[in-house]
Design a protein around this ligand. Sequence first.
Ligand code: F6P
Length: 548
Amino acid sequence: MFGLKSNKSKAWKKLEQEYKRMKKVEMRALFAADKKRAQKYTLHQNGLTLDYSKNCIDDKVMSALLGLAKERGVAQKIKDMFEGKEINFTENRSVLHIALRNRGKSQIFSDGKDVMPQIREVLNKMKNFSEAVRLGKFKGATGKKLTDIVNIGIGGSDLGPFMVCEALKKYWAKGIRCHFISNIDGTACAEVLGGLNPETTLFIVASKTFTTIETLTNAKTCRKWLIDSLGEHAVAKHFVALSTNKTEVKKFGINPENMFEFWDFVGGRYSVWSAIGLIVCIAVGFENFEKLLDGAFDMDEHFRKAAPESNMPLILALLGVWYNNFYNIHRYAVIPYDQYLQYLPSYLQQLDMESNGKSVDKENNFVKCATGPVLFGGAGTNVQHSFFQLLHQGTEPVPVDFVVPAISHNEIGEHHSILLSNVLAQGEALMKGKTIAEAAEELRKAGKSKKEVDALKKYKSFTGNRPSNTLLFKKIDPFALGQLIALYEHKVFVQGIIWNINSFDQMGVELGKQLALNILPELQGKVLNAKHDSSTMALIKEVKSLRR
Ligand code: F6P
C-alpha cells in the first residue's frame, strides 16, 4: 500500500537519480577527495555543533534535498506554524509549543487571540508556586516542608518532565527528590509510594485531557494513600493538577485554584515547556526552567530565520528523508554519550513516532512513500556492548545521531575522556569500516597463518559507509537541553511537511484503548462470552484462569 512507491514529483525524481549515483559512492572516498568536507558539512548554532559530514551525501545530493524542501513549501509551513495557523488539520488546531518559549516581545495568535498573556500568567504562577515549594513556604497539611514531588502522568505528560529532570539532575535543589508514576501497572505506584512519607509528598497530576485511564487510576490510588493517613482535607495541600480540562480536574476533586492550565494548541509530546514542566521548575528552580525555554527559543529563532542550507533542523530532517525514502532505511538510532541523557531516546521515540507514524496524507489519501522511521537508542557506551554489533556488521545500515557533551558534570579521572574517545571512534568506525584486505593484513600482522587469515578475514571486516550525525556541545545545561529538544521537534515537523502528513494528532493510539475498555469487564467477569478473534478469546480465558 505504501512505503515503496515513490511520490513522483520533480524534486523526488531528481533525488531518485541522485540515489542511483550515490549508492555506488563510498564516504571514505569523499573524505579522501575533499579535505574540507567536515568543515563544509558542519553547522553551529550558539554553542551547538552539528557535524553531518559522515553521511552519504555530496553537494548534488544536498542541493536536491533542499530542492525537495523548497518544492514542498517548507519555508511557508514554518511561517504558518509561528503565525498560529491551524496546521493540525485533522483537529483544526494551531500548533504553538513555540509560543510557550517565546522569550521575545512578539504577539502570537491562535484563533484571532494573542496567546502570550495567558502563557506569561501561567509561567508566573509556576514561578511563584515552585519557589514557595522550594523555600518550604507552601507546606504540607501537617506543616512540614514538601520534599518529595511525584509527577503522575503518561506519554507527553511524563516523558518530557522525566527526561528533563533526569538530564538536569545536577541542578536539583538539595533536599528535593523527584519521582514519576506513569504505568498503570500497580508496581509503579507501589514502588514509589513505598518509600515516601505522605506528610512531605506533593503529587502533581499531569494530564492534558484529564481523562487518561492510567493517570486517573494512579492519581486515585495516590489520593487514597494520602487520605488514609492524613484525611480528606490534606488533598488541597498535597495535590495539584496540570491540564487543559478544568471540568475534569474539578470532578476529580482537585480545586481548580490548584490547577496550572495549558491549552489545546499544545500537543502532549510538545508540552514540557508548559505547565507540564512544573516538576522541572520545582526541581531545578524557575531560573533554570527559563534557561531551558531560552535554549528552545534560540533554536526556534534559528529555525525561523536561518537560510535552508544552514538550518540545523531542516538539514537533519532532510538527511532523515534521504535514508528513509531513497535508501529505504526505516530506522535510526539516537545515542547520547552522557548518563544524564539516558532517557533522551525514549522521549524522542514519542516525539518522532507518535508525530510521524502516519499513513494518510493531507489530501485524505493513503501516503505513497514511507513516513516516520523507527527510533531507538540508549546511552553510550552501554549500548556499544549491546546492539552496536548490528550497527557495524548487520546487513542493513542504521543511521545514528550521536549526542555529545564535551564536558561532564562529573569529571572524574579519565572517565569522560574515555567516553569521548569512544563516541568519536564509533562515528569513524561506522563511516570507514574495514575492508577484507585490511582485515587480512591485520590478522597477518598479528601472526596468524594463511589458513587462519582466510578463515577469519570476512568476519573481521566492516562494510563501513554507515551514516552518522554528531551533535556536540559544551555541557548538558538547561540552555543546551532546550536547544536540543527544539531541534528534534522541528526536525520531526519538517519531515511531516515533506511526507504531507499531520505530525500533531495521534489517532493511532485510540483503537487499542477502545478495545481494552471492552476487555476489562470481561477480565473482571462482568461480561461473559463477548466476541473476539480466537487468539484473544483463548488468551482472555487463560488469563482469567491464571488469576483465579
Ligand atoms: O497515548 C496518547 C496520548 O494522548 C499522548 O499523546 C499523550 O501524551 C498521552 O496520551 C497522555 O495524555 P494526557 O496528557 O491527556 O493524559
